[in-house]
Structure formats: C-alpha cells, structure tokens
Design a binder for this molecule. Sequence first.
Ligand code: HEC
Ligand code: HEC
Length: 491
Amino acid sequence: MVSRHVWIAALWAFGCGSPGQHIGDEIDGGDFVDAMPAPVLPSRTVVTEPPHGTVLTGDPLGQTLHVAGLYTDARSTLTVQVLADPTDLTTWTPIGTTTASEPSGDRFSFAVDVTPVSAGSERGRWPTGGILRLRVVDDTGAALPHDASVPDETVLAVVDATGAPSAWTYLTEKAPGSQDETTAYYAAIGAPRSLAAFQAKYGFGADDLGAKYYNAGDLGIGRDMHCRPTAAPAGGVACYVNNHGTFGGMPGDALARLAAGGAPLATVAMVYAPPLDQPNAVQFMVFAGTGKLTSHAQLDTHGDNKTVPQNCLNCHGGRSRYDATAHAAVGARFLPFDPAAFVFPSADPALTLGAQSAQLHALDTLVGTTSPTLAMSDEITGMWGPGDIFDAVYVPLGWSATPSDQRVYREVVAPYCRSCHSTFDRGGPSDPATFATAASFRAASSTIVARVCGGGPHGMPTAEATANAMFSSSARALLLTWLAAPGACAP
Ligand code: HEC
Ligand code: HEC
C-alpha cells in the first residue's frame, strides 16, 4: 500500500501548490488600532521525535521508539509516558526517563529509546494496527508540546499501519438492488444500449473535456475521463470514464494500461438533466469492456454492492436514495475532480498535472454547473487559483483557525472524507455531515470515532481503497488526538 502522502509530496516536488500558505495567516493578523500585538514566543521546550503521526509497521511488541527533544534545564528528570489503557485518557504510565544534558544553543537536548510494549501483558497499551499515545513530562509534571508553536498540544501519537478492519463491508450505506431493478432503472432513464450510442446521443467528439490519471483516492483505478455540456437536455452535462487496470491492483500497472489505451475494464457514465430536484436528474450507466450496456459493476475487490445505480449512490450523493417504485435515483450528485487524490503518468509529458491542469480546472468548472452543494462549490473555487494553478493544500475558512485544525483538514478530512461528505446536503447547506467546519466535525465526534474505529460492518470511509489508505496513514493518530477521543482505533 503506497501512502497518499507520497503522492502529495510528489505534487509539491513538481512545484504545484503552496505548502507554506495558510488562510489563517490573514485572519490572525491582530488588531492594529490600539497597538501591535505582542509577539507570541514559541514554547522553548519541545518533543521533536517521534514526529506526531509517525507511521510504523510490524508488531508493536518489542518496537523501540526514539524519543528526543529540547528542554531549558539540564537538571530536571524527563519522563516518557504512554497510556496503560488507551480507553482511559488518565492512565499515563512511565516507560523511560532521561535528562536534557547536551547543550544545544540556549537549551539542552535529550534523547532516550523506549519500548512501549515490552511484554505480551502490555499489548493493551498499543494493540496491533492501533495508535499509541505518548508524552514527555518534566519533574513539575508539566508536559512538553510536540510542536513548539502549539504549547497546549502535548499528546503525540504514532500509528501501526494496517488495512481496514476485515469485517467491514463497502458501498453498502445505500443497499444493493437487483439485476431486474437495474433493468427497470435503465428503461426509466432511456439508457443507450452501447457506449457508441451514448457518445453519439450526447455529441462526444474531438472537443470533449478530458483528463487521464490514476485515482489513488476512493477508487484506485486508471481513469480516462470525457465530459461535455449537453444541448439536449439543455444546460445538462454528460460524462463517461474508461477505467483501466484492476481494483486492488498496482498503480503502475493501471497507468501502463491507461497509456496503452486498449479496451477498458469497464466504462461508467453519468448524465445531469436539470433541474436537480427531479427524480433521475442525475443518471448512471455502466458499459462493459466490449461497449455493451451492463447491469452490474464491481468497483472494488469486495463486491458487496455491484448494482447500478445503488453502488454509485454511496459516493455520488451522501443523502441520495433509490426509489424502487419510481425506478429513480433521488438527490444524486456529480463529484469534483481532486488532483491531490490523483497520480499522473510520469512517462508522458502531455499527461503531467501541469500539462492537464487547464483541462482538470475546466472539468471542475463543468461540475460546478451541476447544482453542487455549497461545500462542493467551495472546494472547487478553493482548489483552483488564477492561471489554472492547483492548490494542493487548500483549507476552507471553517478549518483555518489553528494549525492543528488545518492539519486535520488536509490529512484526514480532505483525503478520506471530503469527496463523499461534501455532497451531503439533506437539510440544506448546514447539514453537519458536510464537515464544512472544524466545529461541525467536532460536534459529531463520538459518531465519527464509532464509525472509523468500529468493528463494522458499516465502517467509515465506506470505500475499500479509501479505508485501506486511511488505515495505513497518519490519519487515525491525528483524528483521535485532535478529538481527544479515547481508544487505540485498532482494526
Ligand atoms: C468509491 C466512490 C465512487 C463510486 C462507488 C462511484 N464513483 Fe463515480 N466518481 C467518484 C469520484 C471521486 C469521481 C470524481 C472524479 C475522479 O476522482 O476520478 C467520480 C466521477 C465520476 C464520473 C465523472 C463525472 C463526475 O461526477 O465528476 C462519472 C461519469 C462517474 N463517476 C460514474 C460513476 C458510476 C456510473 C458509478 C456507479 C457504477 C460510480 N461512478 C460510482 C467516485 C465514485
Ligand atoms: C466513499 C464515500 C464516503 C467516504 C469516503 C466517507 N463517508 Fe461517511 N458516509 C458515507 C455515506 C454514503 C453515509 C450514509 C449517509 C446516509 O445514508 O444518509 C455516511 C455516513 C457517515 C456518518 C453517519 C452520519 C450521518 O449523519 O449519517 C458518519 C459519522 C461518517 N459517515 C463519517 C465519515 C468520516 C469521518 C469519513 C472520513 C474519515 C467518512 N465518513 C468518509 C459515505 C462516505
């Protein structure tokens, strides 16, 4: 499993996005009327290692962690503590001591190796695949921050990387239908019998908007996307996407097949026929590799839901539902294109992010015409700067107040929740499940932790590729410490 952060780092390396820029910088500018605010001195003590959110692999039993940092006094005893019982956030227990004895500028450095789980009887501290919380306290009992600029954050966590819990099922928030029901649905929307007939019906040709990339977010498949505004229905949008590779396969293989341009695994298609509030305003179709209309699509290795449009609705419209009486999808949505979730073929200069950013921006602008939710429009405008520059580290206003809010947005919400949850709009733009603000996310804390850290079958994220990527990333460490939620979140 390749970590998503590798992709993001790769995007930065290509000179896209602006990692240092925070919207919060402008908001916290201070009050210039009375006086300049006093500069906030960063804390002079800090735990530098292990960095918060460090991802480790292997059995926690016997794993050694190198704990290091800076402190102001060479005499104090510094104690490394972990939670003896992660479900009780008061059970801090010592696992090693040291002193800051090495002069380092105007401070002293410390370093000590600790073994959080040194015997089988201590496994509860850090269950396999779970997170471990750790802190360093001085001899007054004060805990050191892990980020010098955020003195009140003293608990850091490391992750034992793993796959998502084996008992989870995927794409089952919207229940599967049946082959007969899909046939009735296709009849109700007048689905073309073949991909060629679909292309002809909506006028696809040389001037399509398009992009080619590997979707490393919710799907894990190579994508050859084609979209265009439609004349009939007036004001509508049609898209089809050839999927290349195999679900659960390697990105390199999918990208090679995408570049070779042979027969796709399958083609999925959608049409927007406004207005959005009508049944079947957003329609879904699947064409087999041969181009023939087909009634099922397996979109992951599990195949818990292969029926059209029910499996589609799990991502394309969080509050959508399928009405079997009217054979209609209600409340479905197009989804924005998020280049931070994509990997671009590196061999072909025409297919880099830079080369495709104008087309991707145009695709997002087209999605912006499909009556998106407020959260989706904010995302689309936020991601794209002038000159089609993609901002990989965009953070909305509601998540900009503190550095840790921003980090949780960038490393948890944006990669693992946003694509689906920005479509949640039952009850208007204020539906808290759009996770539009840090406050709305915090307010749902217990439900969120129960879904992310629960045994299943209805875990979150509800897509296999997303769930596996999240469980092998820093996300669970950041999420649980930020929410101060108990538990080790082991699968
Ligand atoms: C696991 C989540 C997921 C499922 C399930 C899913 N999609 Fe999508 N789909 C996406 C994402 C994310 C995008 C945005 C483009 C991208 O990331 O490749 C998208 C985009 C599309 C597009 C381009 C238009 C747009 O909304 O941007 C089409 C067409 C499409 N999907 C068809 C389907 C069909 C048909 C199904 C059901 C058979 C389906 N999708 C199921 C995640 C999903
Ligand atoms: C692949 C799409 C997808 C992803 C990714 C996803 N969710 Fe969900 N989530 C859903 C769907 C669909 C529902 C069911 C909503 C419904 O039917 O009303 C849901 C429901 C929930 C609920 C129940 C709340 C409610 O009001 O219904 C919570 C909590 C939740 N998700 C949290 C998360 C978190 C946290 C993340 C990211 C770590 C996440 N989800 C990622 C699709 C997704």
